[in-house]
Design a protein around this ligand. Structure first.
Ligand code: BGC
Length: 769
């Protein structure tokens, strides 16, 4: 766990130069606007530890899968979110010496901050170079939320004691590679690199997928705040366009460059329009000042914060944590494009290539449903609906028939694409999360039309998969499910993972009920659908039989559901008995040792109890929580939030707070020693869940919102807004009482701490906690 980020309500601050942590900070202070983003790399050259990364949403490369021994059914490729054009670069040369922080003679001061309220990255540092030139560098950077194809930088160099030539070379560089490339291959082919007084532009095409990305830049220069026209030498080199200017400066002078980059791609333009638009965006931007763009960007952020901010009084670390999570989520996905999804690393790193995991449905959907327009949640579901054919193909490749669908664990296009077999591929539970999301969406929005329009086809295809995936065990006289990996990836190829068996049966029941619903409410559509998917009602009897006769591993003496058949054969030790030096076990232990141990990577049985809480008594919740929590190492970012929500439900307040801090500060404090690879974006929605569903106890009950509130002892107050159907509510939870303000929409009933209450428009109601 690291402790170098300064606590602040709205900012992520690094107050000194931490070379060892630079890659962590690069991840933490990443910028994005839903369409593009990049790590917090320095603009000037830097020879210290760094992962240079700029990414464009939806642009990927199918890197050939790398496995030791190829077997039938392996995914053909591992989709890579592509490191794309580096548009931020500005080389700085003082006399003959290149500015490079890693090589500077003295670093007098260094300060870097990510302002989450305004959405910018700022840096200020004072350095002396080896030629004794002392300089103050200041830079501010945005990926504009107001114009999501625009990146802008204000970069200034102030001479403290230096008189002489200062060379600034802003550039665009497409000669980039992915760190995680399977075969050290570069994925971009050069299209064009051009640099002259009218245009500075580079573009490349991806191999195989043929995405084209173009970047143009326009620069303005200022000496002591006065705009200056300088002689610029233009140059192109391979995939790079450079504009170099030499100025003679004197001590006390400040030279500033405002750099604007227009970034366009074939995701949004025809190939012939990419260049023109990129150039136009950069040129138009350069007609205004950087502060103009910063203001528009800040204003766009203030609209987002207006609904989704969460305010915690009395705990700065907790406040910083939740804002950091919300900020990164909205930087990654704004929900405007149903071709896009929420990658586990967003624009902050490359690990986990591929854009979509079950994380979206299981964790992110509720966040977007409550904090923005319903359309965004719907887009996330439609994304999967559009990939149904591919999910059916995926299942066919494995020998399933008759329209059974297996959604991929990792995907860009609907095809399965990852490097691993047992860990990832056998996690067929993801099919369950996709069905659960349909249920969750309808329960939350009340939009049943989704079911007949799209959802029912997905549900039937998923149910068909489960009906074929189980088998009858004559020994047990029950249906069983063999050879799976549950959410806990520290056990592979297990039999009867309780969570998977449970969610499979739930899917069968829900698909059955949904068919009945559509048949009753829209008979003609029902007939249309069953014709389209060749559904025969006889399929239902098989589903019902499975539901009635499924095997669930349990231990009656302990009063728990067993994670899988052989879980209790393992040596039972708890995490507190494990020496700290062994953690995280995924970095310290062999895979063999991990698989044999009883340690659990992430919520598994408890994930099921969280989804289907109404099916279980409080005692069952408590028994399972008390058994599994001490065995869970939470080495998946998706884990602590679920444990936190359950701890709140069970009134284990200290545990709920511990889990909240762990989920919300997972990256800020680098709990799992892996933030340098990028931030854990999808689990950030889990942080939101652990506040709203945990401390707020928010649920949907009988078509109404319901809250059961309690906040950590340290907090004076927790405040958040929730969109629910026609209403926008503000929930204000204090130590003793909770108030709810009906900010928008008609009078509406809700449950607050067990009481059914009517909230009148613009009025506040309150109860004791
Ligand atoms: C988790 C998976 C998750 C993936 C992407 C893994 O470490 O175990 O559940 O889907 O990360 O976030």
């Amino acid at each position: 766990m690291k402790d170098y980020i300064v606590e602040h309500k709205w900012k992520i601050i690094e107050e000194s130069y931490n070379s060892d942590y630079n890659q962590i900070t690069e991840s933490l202070m990443s910028l994005g606007n839903g369409k593009m983003g990049q790590r917090a790399n320095y603009e000037e050259s830097f020879s210290g530890p760094s992962l240079q990364g700029s990414y464009i949403a939806g642009v990927y490369y199918p890197d050939k899968t790398r496995v030791g021994w190829w077997k039938n059914g392996y995914p053909e490729y591992f989709a890579k979110v592509l490191n794309s054009v580096n548009w931020i670069g500005i080389d700085v040369k003082v006399g003959n010496e290149q500015l490079d922080l890693a090589k500077a003679k003295t670093i007098h001061s260094f300060y870097r901050e990510l302002d989450m309220q305004k959405g910018y990255l700022y840096r200020k540092m004072e350095v002396t170079l080896n030629n004794n030139a002392r300089l103050i560098i200041e830079s501010t950077r945005i990926n504009s939320m107001a114009n999501d194809e625009l990146g802008a930088i204000s970069y200034s160099v102030k001479s403290v004691n230096y008189d002489g030539p200062l060379t600034l070379s802003p550039y665009l560089d497409f000669d980039v590679a992915n760190e995680d490339s399977n075969y050290d291959e570069k994925f971009w082919l050069s299209e064009e690199a051009i640099a002259n007084s009218n245009e500075c532009y580079v573009s490349c095409t991806t191999k195989k997928t043929e995405f084209v990305v173009g970047a143009a830049m326009t620069n303005n220069f200022f000496l002591n705040d006065e705009k200056i026209n300088s002689t610029i030498e233009y140059k192109t080199k391979d995939k790079k366009a450079i504009a170099t200017t030499v100025f003679n400066i004197a001590s006390g002078d400040t030279l500033t460059i405002e750099k604007y980059a227009g970034l366009t791609s074939s995701m949004h333009y025809s190939n012939s329009d990419i260049k023109r638009n990129a150039i136009q965006i950069a040129n138009t931007a350069a007609q205004y000042s950087f502060s103009h763009h910063l203001d528009r960007h800040t204003e766009a952020w203030s609209h987002i914060w207006e609904t989704c901010d969460i305010k915690i009084k009395g705990d700065v670390a907790a406040q910083q944590g939740i804002r950091f999570n919300i900020f990164q989520l909205y930087q990654t996905y704004t929900g405007q494009d149903d071709r896009l999804n929420i990658g586990p690393k967003g624009f902050t790193g490359e690990k986990y290539g591929g854009s979509t995991y079950w994380d979206t449905e299981a964790y992110c959907l509720p966040f977007y449903l409550s904090t923005t327009n319903t359309e965004v949640g719907k887009n996330l579901l439609i994304y999967r609906y559009k990939q149904l054919d591919k999910a059916i193909e995926n299942a066919e490749k494995l020998g399933f028939t008759c329209g059974a669908a297996l959604y991929p664990m990792v995907t860009m296009t609907g095809e399965e694409c990852h490097n691993e077999w047992e860990i990832t591929f056998e996690e067929i539970h993801r099919n369950g999360a996709i069905a659960y999301a349909i249920f969750d969406y309808i329960r939350y929005t009340g939009d049943h039309s989704y079911l007949e329009e799209y959802g029912i086809e997905v549900l039937v295809a998923i149910a068909r998969f489960w009906a074929q995936r189980v088998n009858w065990s004559s020994k047990r006289e029950k249906y069983v499910m063999l050879g799976v990996t549950g959410p806990n990836e520290y056990e592979n190829n297990v039999n009867n993972n309780w969570y998977t068996n449970y969610i499979a049966c739930w899917c069968l029941k829900y698909a059955d009920e949904s068919l009945v619903y559509v048949k009753e409410t829209n008979p003609s559509r029902y007939i249309e659908i069953i014709k389209k998917i060749d559904f025969v009602e006889g399929e239902l009897s098989k589903w019902k039989d499975i539901v009635a006769n499924m095997y669930y591993p349990e231990d009656e003496d302990l009063g728990i559901f067993l994670q899988q058949d052989n879980y209790l054969d393992k040596e039972q030790i708890t995490v507190d008995q494990l020496d700290k030096k062994h953690r995280p076990i995924n970095q310290k232990w062999s895979w063999d040792r991990i698989l044999r141990s009883c340690f659990i990577k992430q919520a598994d049985v408890l994930q099921g109890m969280y989804f289907f809480e109404e099916d279980f008594s409080l005692e069952e919740h408590m028994n399972n929580f008390r058994f599994y929590e001490p065995r869970t190492v939470h080495e998946s970012s998706l884990s602590p939030c679920v444990h936190g929500i359950l701890a709140s439900k069970l009134e284990l307040h200290d545990k709920a707070y511990e889990m909240y801090l762990r989920t919300s500060r997972l990256d800020l404090d680098d709990y799992n020693n892996d933030t340098e690879d990028g931030c854990h974006i999808t689990s950030m929605a889990g942080t939101w869940l652990s506040i709203v569903k945990g401390f707020g106890g928010q649920r949907v009950q009988e078509n109404k919102l319901s809250f059961t509130t309690s906040i950590p002892k340290k907090w004076e107050e927790l405040r958040f807004k929730i969109k629910f159907r026609a209403n926008l509510f503000e929930v204000i939870i204090g130590q003793d009482k909770t108030e709810i303000l009906n900010l928008e929409g008609p009078a509406s009933e809700l449950y607050l701490n067990g009481q059914l209450i009517t909230t009148k428009s613009l009025a506040t109601i309150s109860t004791l906690n």
